[in-house]
Design a protein around this ligand. Sequence first.
Ligand SMILES: [Fe+2]
Ligand SMILES: [Fe+2]
Length: 378
Amino acid sequence: MTDVASERRYLGRDDVNSVESILADDEIDFGDAVHTTAARGDAIFTWDYDRTREGLGKLYEKAKTSQWNGATDLDWDTPVDPEKVALEMAPAAAMVQQRMADVPGSPVKSWGPKEWSEFQVEALNWRMSQFLHGEQGALICTAKIVETTPWIDAKYYAASQVVDEARHVEVFSRYLDTKLDGHYPVNPALQLLIDDIIGDPRWDMTYMGMQIMVEGLALAAFGFMHSVTEEPLLKKLLRYVMADEARHVAFGVLSLQEYYAGLDAKELRERQEFTFEAALRMRDRLMMHSVWEKVGVDRRTVTEFLLGMRTMANNPFQAALFSKIVPNCKKLGLLDAGDGWLRDRFTEIGVIQFEDATDTGEEYESLDEVAKDRAAAS
Ligand SMILES: [Fe+2]
Ligand SMILES: [Fe+2]
């Protein structure tokens, strides 16, 4: 184990699929008002102000013209019925619900529409709360990237992303406060992953963890919610946030592509292992324990049950998550670096078929909803 790995609280533990450790994470105190975690890595000043990275320069220009105002570009007077919004997610979840009910000993076997509806309302509050906390993680990670990246073009771009992430925290917080009726604390698996990313002194790991992994997951989750909701305020909010997020993933891909081309086999293998483990943990450990308990299912039962489902073939959550992560890993050269270790792992868990799915690195142009709306308005 390297020094970095031994300092991690989360990644590098050999408990990836352990029910006991998932339950133990629930006991971690992340504070009522504040949570502090050690940030590591040198703040780098560069005296090379030449703008040599064309791709990053183009992205920075795009970021400047595609800014939007969370207070005025969204219609906050829109009335919202939280139950209606929650139930919009239900048809898409019906297949999962059926599969859950079919498993022998399933805790949801006897659930009818009333129980599922109660669950969906709480699940919406939980999801939006995790979006909010994840956005704050992105805000802090991007501020760290401004300090730690050695390239002036990347500092410029990352600074624009800090503004984007502040806006995302602002709009999710406002939606939760004024349109929904319940907040949840951060999921421990999400916060532990973010803490490890912030604690890693290697500047590229902040990119890898946040821009590629967490933002890949966020894009998949926002995309799902955007495709099912008819609530106009939430739909526009997500459409605009996704336009920003696509640029953020592109920033990660462009920067890491260049940096990884210069790393040796051992360094690349460390990145491959980090990626695979972080992805598996997001797949297996993001559970809504407090939601399940609220609707009468204890956390041990649901943890054992969900862990079994997550590793089943054709798990839709796994498909959504990896459909963004696998193509980006391919583009970074991580899939086949060395002896193709990462390709073998993705093949084993049945997600290698996503390697040529839409590449988020190029998606940002087509996802610029802010520019489209402005063109339509003029
Ligand atoms: Fe964001
Ligand atoms: Fe982002």
